[in-house]
Design a binder for this molecule. Structure first.
Ligand code: FAD
Length: 583
């Protein structure tokens, strides 16, 4: 193997590569193991210029860019298939000032776009009069860099033949609104999200993105190795990260050296239950990230001395509780709650959020804390709908397809019967949700909630939660599931029938994936506890502290930064000095 030959030409002193690990005394055991893994392994099995860990959007963007810049790149992917959560995704990319917007004559000014992003990412400090709109200097720098780089990132991937994108959404050729298009800070209200297309122009999603990136990577000689779990980073005595230890599915453990740098883009920690419990700001029951989203870089990064950030936040999405109990990595999240003759209530039988609003925001309403009772009253919510929604929205998750009622959908002829079924279901799920019961007032409250909602539906105005009043509600309602004829003044609301049958589905908070991890700077360099860059170590995507903080600017806000900072990592690495591998 050529790299073996290289290896022989460049003998490596074991001593030189074991220094530099600073493992905090308080690190959890898993993190300490990640650091200790470097001890006792000697000799390089391969040496390359750039090691990229993961094969999702962030990773392949870095790999393609590095190869474009002439670096020799090895991609190491833990799973036996490439693409991670990206390959499962819809593939939307949020890109202000994109080439598509410019071609459409839409001006997306830097200051306006940054103001909007800061408004959502620093909601507690936002100040339109402040020079950085109230953001911290480092947070502002990341957001500004994202604005400055995302459009050229997409354009460069398009020019390379790795991406084919459109922001015009079929079948009605509309531009998708931003998630907070209703806020005055959102000056370009639609069209910032674009989607990957297949070669034939049909919708391609995240799978097309991965196919395109992987194809270009392969053409450029990038080696994508599957079934290779990176367990730790190796530092030299100067503190520079110079390689990784990787465990293959075949049982082999190898040390792979990186002359220029190591990029981690290993996804979040949705499927690491302990990390979710320790770090996230509210309890979750699963998520739609790929099963390999286990937070490996939290431990690996911490073991190199990285400073963690944004650990409490995630890309939130509702999931059907019982589906997630069966399989934690659910097929998809519930982007839009389907139906018009439908409401969502808590254990008191009360609505608690605009059912049609953005998944990320709806889901956080599950975490509301009731001080007096010391409980999360909305933690497990109940979707309630009638025969109209069951029929018209059949097959739009979580409403089951016709003739195929999954066990998680309960049905009863009366609301009283439905309440009894829900309580029985709570008992059956006690192992997972504790001793949760419906409140004694659930049935009368539910009757009242439905009566009120039906009045709102007839008048076309939801006086409680503003359902249907903002652009994204109407977009999700029509294009999420489908447009169903509704004679009421607001398409998103139709009175719930006064006759059964009625249906109920238990909904729980979950994630697309988390978005906390080692902090990075605008050059995608991983930072240590003093805020200094750890030489040789870079990160992008969900495995690092997201520049979005708690915010979700619009569809594609996860993939936009992942692609952008993956590319930035590659560019920064290109300017770095090569590590010394001899003596
Ligand atoms: C159904 C669905 C739809 C979505 N739609 C959108 C959308 O339209 N727009 C949007 O912006 N976001 C969307 N998302 C979210 C988006 O897919 C993710 O946020 C994004 O793909 C994360 O990219 P990434 O590069 O950070 O990580 P990933 O794509 O998750 O890739 C990480 C990779 O690293 C690998 N890995 C992990 N640990 C190791 C290790 N130790 N060694 C080697 N490899 C490792 C994993 O196996 C994985 O392949 C969606 C998600 C889902 C599930």
């Amino acid at each position: 193997m050529k790299e073996k030959a290289n290896d022989k030409k460049r003998p490596v002193s074991r001593r030189k590569f074991l220094g530099g690990f600073a493992v905090g005394a308080t690190l959890p055991i898993a993190m300490q193991q990640a650091a200790n893994a470097a001890v006792g392994v000697s000799g390089w099995d391969a040496i390359t210029d750039v090691v990229v860990v993961g094969s999702g959007a962030g990773a392949l963007s870095a790999a393609v860019t590095s190869s474009q810049l002439g670096e020799k790149v090895v991609v190491l992917e833990k799973s036996t298939v490439a693409g991670g959560t990206t390959a499962k995704s819809t593939g939307g990319i949020w890109a202000p000032n994109s080439h598509l917007l410019r071609a459409q004559g839409i001006v997306d000014k830097r200051e306006d776009a940054i103001r909007y992003m800061v408004r959502l990412s620093f909601p507690d400090h936002y100040d339109p009069e402040h020079p950085q709109f109230g953001a911290t200097p480092s947070g502002y720098a990341l957001i500004a860099t994202f604005y400055d780089e995302v459009a050229s990132t997409v354009e460069s991937l398009v020019n390379l033949g790795a991406l084919n994108v459109t922001n015009v959404i079929a079948p009605r050729n509309v531009l998708m609104p931003d998630y907070f298009a209703h806020l005055p800070e959102c000056r370009v209200t639609k069209g910032r999200i674009m989607f990957p297309m297949n070669e034939d122009g049909s919708f391609g999603g995240g799978a097309a993105m991965i196919r395109g990136l992987a194809r270009v990577a392969n053409m450029r000689g990038v080696s994508i190795e599957l079934g290779q779990r990176v367990g730790s980073a190796i530092k030299d005595s100067s503190g520079r990260v110079v390689g990784v230890i990787v465990h293959g599915e075949d049982g082999r453990t190898r040390r792979i050296g990186a002359r220029k740098g190591v990029v981690f883009a290993t996804g979040g920690f949705t499927h690491n239950i302990e990390m979710c419990q320790q770090f996230l700001k509210g309890p979750i029951y699963g998520g739609c990230a790929a099963p390999s989203a286990e937070g490996d870089f939290v431990g690996i990064g911490a073991a190199t001395g990285a400073r963690l950030g944004n650990m409490q936040n995630a890309w939130w999405v509702q999931i059907p509780l019982e589906e997630s109990i069966a399989v934690r990595s659910v097929a998809t999240g519930i982007w839009c709650l389907p139906g018009d003759s439908m409401i969502q209530v808590n254990r008191y039988g009360r609505r608690f959020v605009d059912e049609k609003f953005v998944y990320n925001e709806r889901t956080q309403a599950h975490f509301v804390w009731d001080a007096m009772s010391g409980t999360y009253p909305n933690l497990i919510s109940i979707l309630i709908y009638d025969e109209r929604t069951s029929r018209e929205y059949a097959g739009f998750p979580p409403v089951p397809p016709e003739n195929l009622a999954p066990s998680y959908a309960m049905r009863a002829d009366t609301l009283e019967g439905l309440a009894q079924a829900i309580d029985e279901r709570f008992s059956a799920l006690r192992k997972h949700i504790g001793s949760l019961t419906l409140d004694k007032q659930f049935v009368p409250n539910l009757h009242e909630s439905i009566t009120r909602f039906n009045g709102f539906a007839r008048n076309g105005k939801d006086e409680e939660f503003g359902r249907g009043s903002v652009p994204i509600d109407r977009y999700f309602h029509q294009y999420g599931p489908r447009a169903v004829s509704n004679p009421m003044p607001d398409l998103t609301m139709h009175p719930i029938s006064d006759r059964g049958p009625y249906y109920a589905i238990l909904m729980a908070p979950g994630t697309l994936d988390t978005k906390g991890g080692p902090q990075t700077d605008p050059q995608a360099r991983v930072l240590d506890n003093k805020g200094l860059a750890i030489p040789g170590l870079y990160g992008a995507g969900n495995c690092v502290a997201s520049p979005t903080g708690p915010g979700y600017w619009g569809g594609g806000s996860t993939l936009g930064p992942a692609l952008t900072f993956g590319r930035i990592a590659a560019r920064t690495i290109h300017t770095a000095n090569a590590a010394e591998f001899s003596g």
